[in-house]
Design a protein around this ligand. Structure first.
Ligand code: KG4
Ligand code: ZN
Length: 380
């Protein structure tokens, strides 16, 4: 149903001539309720406000994100988060040039909450709506910081829901080189933490326990290592950990630490191998000095950062790790992706659908010149 056909489309062409664009971003695709206001001035982003309301405490008893709890928490928290973002930016809705909301991929209940809020604000204030692919937000997030990454760069996106290499060539020009064929890396960390009775989210607990463990005690697999391409697989590694726990019966703290150390050592070996493969694919694209960027919650891991940095230096790449607040889910990256799309003259009809799955390559296709600006977002 078209609630107000053309609200978004009609405004978009005028916006293209504007030097400064101010956009509200809304993010609700997982367990972070977030809103941010960003101004894009002559192509340079400035974050005016950035609010994130985490839900970890609500999900902790289940040691994983429970979709229905997440959606309900978004409903309860989103209005206040948006109000806080507008207050911090010292702006009213009428001063915005557009409203960007994550339309997927993600947990569909949560995505619907944020997208509907975005539609309502856009409709009420006659602003263009931009339906943003969450992965495009992550892909552009390294540009949020002062002296942020310049195009092109090779992005390793490693979070609870995603694990992939993306060549980010320009706004809307993304090439996925490889991705996980089963679990995302953060998911594997969370599952191992759950198996060992550690806290949630599991990554930081596994990282900490690994510091006092012996990485050589358990012989764990390195899935896909040495294979062509740069896909990932972590299910086998997790299953190997399950087997070791079954074999041990009961666990001491040292067993836990040794398993965490062994798991993380396997992860580091796999990441090194896969990143080298991705760099080989990426090198011919740009010729000169490459840039490797790590984003997503797992990029908070110090051992992983150190490994990637060493690899980058050895290969003559720059290594860029965005500030942690923009590595994990946030709305500033959604506002940036929305503002960039708006600058190119794209906006979405209010009938645009929320999508649980939405590959980034498809989001890129929507920005190719052969596609009509302002066309309806593709349905799931
Ligand atoms: O990007 P994010 O906040 O949310 C999404 O999944 O989109 O990432 C959360 C994931 C969780 O799986 C968490 O365990 C993992 O990132 N994580 C870590 C670390 N900190 C967070 N994994 C490994 N080491 C860490 N220090
Ligand atoms: Zn994310």
């Amino acid at each position: 149903m078209h609630l107000a056909a053309g609200v978004g489309e009609g405004n978009a062409p005028n916006v293209r001539q504007m030097k400064s664009l101010t956009v509200l971003g809304i993010e609700t695709s997982c367990d972070e309720t977030a809103a941010a206001v960003l101004r894009l001035e002559n192509g340079t982003p400035r974050v005016l406000s950035d609010i994130v309301l985490g839900q970890a405490a609500q999900h902790a008893p289940y040691k994983g994100v429970v979709p229905e709890i997440a959606a309900r928490a978004h409903v309860e928290g989103l209005d206040g988060v948006i109000a806080a973002a507008m207050r911090d930016a010292d702006l009213s809705f009428t001063q915005l040039d557009g409203v960007a909301a994550t339309a997927g991929p993600g947990l569909i209940g949560g995505v619907m909450v944020g997208l509907m809020a975005g539609k309502a604000i856009a409709l009420a204030h006659g602003k263009p709506l931009i339906a943003v692919n969450h992965l495009e937000g992550h892909a552009l997030s390294p540009r949020l910081a002062e002296r942020g990454a310049t195009f092109p760069y090779l992005l390793l996106l490693v979070s609870g829901g995603h694990c992939q290499f993306i060549a980010v060539l320009d706004v809307g020009v993304y090439r996925r080189f490889g991705s996980t064929i089963d679990d995302a890396l953060g998911e594997a960390y969370d599952k191992v933490a759950k198996l060992l009775g550690l806290g949630f989210p599991g990554g930081p607990f596994v990282e900490k326990a690994a510091l006092s463990g012996d990485p050589r005690r358990f012989s764990l697999p390195r899935p896909l290592m040495g294979r062509a391409g740069c896909d990932f697989s972590f299910a086998g590694l997790k299953t190997a950990c399950v087997r070791e726990v079954e074999r041990l019966g009961s666990l001491t703290d040292q067993d836990r630490a040794d398993l965490c150390a062994g798991f993380q050592a396997a992860v580091l070996d796999v990441l090194e191998d896969r990143t080298l493969q991705a760099m080989r694919q990426f090198d011919p694209i740009w010729g000169a000095k490459g840039r490797l960027v790590a984003a997503g919650g797992v990029a908070a891991n110090r051992a992983i950062r150190a490994k990637l940095e060493a690899l980058a230096v050895a290969r003559g790449y720059d290594f860029i790790a965005p500030p942690l607040k923009w590595c994990t889910d946030n709305a500033a990256m959604i506002a940036l992706a929305g503002a960039e799309r708006l600058r190119l003259g794209f906006s979405d009809d209010l009938s645009v659908a929320a999508r649980p799955r939405w590959p980034l390559d498809e989001a890129a296709a929507r920005l190719r010149p052969s596609h009509t600006p302002g066309r309806k977002g593709a349905k799931a």
